[in-house]
Design a protein around this ligand. Structure first.
Ligand SMILES: C[S@@+](CC[C@H](N)C(=O)[O-])C[C@H]1O[C@@H](n2cnc3c(N)ncnc32)[C@H](O)[C@@H]1O
Ligand code: SF4
Length: 413
């Protein structure tokens, strides 16, 4: 058909059958399980996670019952698939007793086949630290602890509204290392009034514990937070960039590989659960507001559970915990894959695209060509890997894949 606009030549119609049908999978991706615990001792002023002040006791027993019921409802979607990792996140899962976590993990094991070497992570806040409780988490089967330290500087902890002080952070860190061995610390940088020297001191203290893994997040002002409404005095862009460079240099010198945008690990100690997200693996998310991405022979679906804990519990009782449930379209899937894979310093094998999306890599050829011509990805036919420039301007790089759909496919949808 001729174009209506005389200045635009008609595009050659190249119909690629593989791109016009739905996805096709030779094998389904690895499956991980995420469990959301939505309560905290107190809401931090910078945090937009689905976390709610516990105000007295969180309904721990009823919530564990609901999680196991939730998993049971979801079983037909993951039937017979092995679970390779479990991540109990929040909120503050360490608010729960060791007994509750034990019942949760036993209930999970009774319902899904868990790999014998599954990584089982639990997120903990130093403000909830009790040695006996943390030891109980380990006995329950948790084999990796992720501790929300944020900073070791009393002034910064106070500015962040944390419930714990620096001594409590150190004590929890020490005990976590002794009990679990495999530990991550979450720290944030570009904190209110923070200097390069103060950030370096945080890194040095963190390194003195020699954890397996360190996550360093640039503090961001998220909408719907107190910090967004009343912004604290943050370091300017140049200082923030200097802080980031200093952190990365110190971690690199100490043998921690910067393997993902915010994650650093000793070789072989990368977070397997998160790597599965970045490699576009599957995950079932249970609990209030949890997200899932699940592949079937002919489609990928995304689901979101009801977000408010009370409503989630009511919906579980009704047998209908899903607030959203939709099939990922061909137009979305290329962008979603690249959004994740490009966070990884080493990128991913090019063949992973077809394995995990069910479409040939040609689905994102326009984005790849644009990214290559701007020097944002490396030219290697066997790999999809961001260049150093691409890592620095990751948002710009990811955005190139937003509308990456061949015109012919768009017309024929
Ligand atoms: C669910 S919390 C971790 C466990 C626990 N709730 C705690 O805070 O101790 C996940 C992590 O996200 C990071 N985070 C939360 N809000 C952030 C923000 N606005 N900017 C940067 N990082 C943030 C923090 O480092 C936090 O430890
Ligand atoms: S940062 Fe952690 S402790 Fe603070 S409100 Fe968010 S989830 Fe809760």
């Amino acid at each position: 058909m001729a174009s209506a606009d005389p200045d635009i030549a008609p595009a050659p119609v190249v119909v690629d059958a593989a791109m016009l049908s739905g996805p096709r999978f030779a094998a389904l991706p690895p499956l991980a399980l995420y469990v959301h615990i939505p309560w905290c001792l107190r809401k931090c002023p910078y945090c937009d996670f689905n976390s709610h002040e516990a105000r007295g006791d969180a309904p721990e027993a009823a919530y564990v019952d609901a999680l196991l019921q939730d998993l049971e409802y979801a079983l037909p979607s993951v039937w017979s698939r092995r679970v390779v990792s479990v991540f109990i996140g929040g909120g503050t899962p360490s608010l729960f007793s060791a007994n509750a976590i034990d019942r949760l993990l036993a209930g999970i094991r009774a319902r899904v086949p868990l790999s014998p070497d599954a990584e089982i992570t639990l997120e903990a806040n130093p403000g909830t630290f009790e040695r006996g409780k943390f030891a109980g988490f380990r006995v329950a089967g948790v084999n990796r602890l992720s501790l929300g330290i944020q900073s070791f500087d009393p002034k910064h902890l106070a500015a962040l509204g944390r419930v714990h002080d620096a001594d409590e952070a150190r004590r929890a860190a020490e005990a976590a290392l002794a009990i679990f061995g495999n530990v991550n610390f979450d720290l944030m940088y570009a904190l209110p009034g923070q200097t390069v020297a103060q950030a370096e001191s945080d890194v040095a203290t963190a390194l003195s514990f020699a954890p397996a893994h360190l996550s360093f997040y640039h503090l961001t002002l998220e909408p719907n937070t107190l910090f967004h409404r009343y912004p604290p005095p943050l370091p300017d862009e140049e200082t923030a960039a200097d802080i980031e460079d200093a952190i990365h240099a110190r971690l690199d010198a100490a043998g921690y590989r910067h393997y993902e945008t915010s994650a650093h690990a000793r070789p072989g100690q990368e977070c397997r659960h998160n790597l599965n997200y970045w490699r576009f693996g599957d995950y079932l998310g249970i609990g209030a507001g949890a997200h899932s991405k699940l592949s079937f022979a002919d489609r990928i679906v995304r689901q979101v559970r009801y977000r408010q804990p009370k409503q989630y519990l009511e919906q579980i009782a009704e047998g209908a915990p899903l607030q959203e449930d939709h099939v990922v379209t061909r137009a979305e899937v290329g962008f979603e894959f690249m959004l994740n894979a490009l966070r990884l310093t080493d990128g991913v094998p090019a063949s992973l695209f077809a394995e995990r999306t069910g479409y040939p890599l040609a689905l994102v050829r326009h984005g790849l060509t644009a990214a290559e011509s701007r020097g944002l990805i490396e030219r290697d036919p066997a790999l999809v890997r961001p260049s150093e420039l691409g890592r620095r301007f990751l948002n710009d790089l990811q955005a190139l894949f937003l509308a990456d759909e061949p015109a012919n496919a768009r017309q024929l949808r």
